[in-house]
Ligand binder design. Structure first.
Ligand code: ADP
Length: 538
């Protein structure tokens, strides 16, 4: 058989030849909207590669991006990686010290950034020791006043090129992209994706049982290109010829809804918080979801009430997904398999609340603390271990040393059970597990149920010391505006939803919960905030 290296430039070549007129629509940070097709996109991506070459960027060099989901960001993905450099997607939601750390650690040579992030970078530029050029992703007419040195306009930079460029061929194991985990403990760590791993991951994303993408799809990947590669959707769009709609800096329900209606979006993907806002907006305005058929939700557990509302009230199928930066990120997805196809609606909903089943290419098992594999009985709970061609082998530059066990399993830090049909259910992150009298209580289950309470906006559950049980659950709630909820009311609501001994010993009301840079509730900070807390009856 032929040796055809699995390079991401192949996606673009495919789109250019087979789907040249398929549209890409992009909201712009400088205002307005831009619209072109894959043929035009391919030319500009080549110009981007030529321009990077002119700046002295070569094979293996890191090109950083600090950008929203836009057509320009995607041109850089293809331009930089396609030429053999490494696209380092920097997450602007990280804290300034983390940004400095990762850009220096990655030894980024160029930073290509949206004008939104100029103030953020101006504040730390003097600490960025390896960046030679700052390329602002606008035309000359929108260049802001800036203190940054060696600043270029992206449009001006690529206009100087002719686009007469052939994507080079090289080993598929060459580095393609770099993404740092948000580093809840210690420094952020880099995951270096290869062309091969991204290519195989994209093939997965295009199978019928995953995100629901095909060439007739119109996709809005709200998940940012700077966090876990937008779940691979931009590559999948090019690889399938789907129409791609990019929301730029806009994440508000009104703008997203307008895009969904105006562009005829059929498939979309985002974390639960985005959809919580959207469902509220729909309920308040009486609007519907137009052509939307499938929404993939992951990154945190999806509450049952969210799945039910999407499906029952708006006719949109929810596909619950699990993954992490270390798994490129798709790991398990919640589409139905034959075993669950004929279950009752309620039982199907139970399955959808789980984090999905394994796809070809990701092996998964659960293990106890001694490294024994646990049965798939839907009850035995253990650490989620994964391996496969798009699962991390080691962190960039060898940070954290050997991260695999003797059989190449990577410990995800999540705790879950797997049921007889192969569906995995996360019960906690290993460090967030609550152990009451030696038995585990799932903080995630409690949180998911609690947010279904009409008076609750956000809820988090942590374990706190209890003299009799070692630990008991404490629920911390942000109520809906003008509302409050007490422990008795919460017990009455949860009683038929969770085991009796799981009911939180106390409910504390707060104005807001601490969040990590990537928008997840920071249990670490919450535990710190409540470190001196003691239960009323203890
Ligand atoms: P970080 O938030 O540390 O940057 P990631 O974005 O890679 O890292 O997050 C990965 C983690 O997010 C997983 O290990 C898991 O704990 C959590 N996660 C992802 N998807 C889900 C889901 N559907 N349900 C519950 N937790 C999830």
């Amino acid at each position: 058989m032929q040796d055809w290296p699995l390079l991401v430039s192949k996606f673009l070549e495919h789109a250019e030849v087979n789907h040249p007129k398929r549209e890409i629509v992009s909201m712009l940070p400088e205002g307005g909207q831009f619209r072109y097709d894959f043929a035009a996109h391919a030319v500009r991506a080549k110009k981007c590669a030529q321009a990077l070459g002119r700046l002295g960027i070569g094979f293996g060099d890191r090109v950083a991006t600090l950008a929203w989901n836009t057509h320009r960001h995607m041109e850089i993905w293809f331009g930089a990686s396609g030429m053999g450099a490494v696209t380092h997607t920097v997450n602007p939601r990280l804290f300034p010290e983390q940004l400095i750390y990762i850009m220096n650690h990655a030894e980024d040579r160029v930073l290509m950034l949206d004008i939104t992030f100029v103030p953020l970078i101006e504040a730390i530029a003097e600490h960025l020791t390896t960046i030679e050029h700052f390329v602002l992703l606008v035309g000359r007419e929108h260049m802001p006043e800036t203190k940054l040195k060696n600043v270029l306009s992206y449009e001006e930079l690529i206009e100087a090129e002719d686009g007469n460029y052939n994507w080079p061929t090289f080993d598929e194991n060459t580095a393609c992209g770099l993404c740092y985990t948000s580093g809840t403990t210690g420094n952020p760590k880099g995951v270096l994706y290869s062309h091969r791993s991204n290519f195989l991951h994209t093939l997965l994303a295009l199978t019928g049982d995953t995100l629901g993408i095909r060439s007739t799809s119109v996709i809005l990947p709200v998940v940012p290109m700077f966090h876990a590669n937008s779940w691979g959707i931009p590559y999948a769009a090019a690889g399938s010829g789907a129409k791609l709609v990019l929301n730029g800096p806009h994440h508000d329900p009104e703008t997203l809804h307008k895009l969904i209606v105006d562009e005829g979006i059929t498939v979309t993907a985002a974390v639960p918080t985005v959809w919580a806002g959207m469902l509220k907006y729909l309920q308040a305005t009486g609007k519907d979801m137009a052509e939307l058929k499938i929404v993939t939700i992951g990154g945190s557990a999806v509450p049952r009430s969210m799945i039910k509302t999407f499906q029952d009230d708006y006719g949109v199928r929810v596909n619950h997904a699990w993954g992490m930066t270390e798994t490129s990120p798709l790991g398990s997805l919640g589409s139905e398999n034959a075993a669950v196809q004929n279950l009752s609606p309620k039982e199907k909903l139970d399955v959808q609340c789980k984090q999905g089943r394994m796809v070809l290419g990701v092996e998964m098992c659960i293990m106890d603390d001694d490294g024994n594999k646990l049965p798939r009985d839907g009850e035995s709970s253990g650490r989620v271990m994964v391996r496969g061609p798009w699962v991390v082998k080691s962190y960039f530059k060898g940070d954290a040393g050997n991260i695999l066990d003797d059989d190449n399993w990577f410990d995800t830090g999540d705790v879950a059970c797997i049921d007889e049909h192969g569906y995995m259910q996360i019960t906690d992150r290993a460090k967030d597990v609550i152990k009451s009298g030696g038995e585990w209580i799932s903080s995630i289950d409690l949180e998911n149920e609690a947010v279904g309470h009409p008076k609750v906006l956000e809820a988090a559950v942590i374990g706190r010391y209890h003299p009799k049980w070692d630990e008991r659950p404490l629920m911390v709630v942000v109520p809906e505006e003008g509302q409050t909820v007490d422990v008795a009311e919460m017990h009455a609501y949860l009683e038929d939803k969770v085991a009796k001994w799981w009911l939180p010993d106390d409910v504390v009301i707060v104005k807001e919960l601490p969040h990590t840079a990537t928008g997840k509730i920071s249990k670490k900070d919450l535990r710190e905030q409540f470190k001196d807390y003691s239960f009323p009856d203890a």
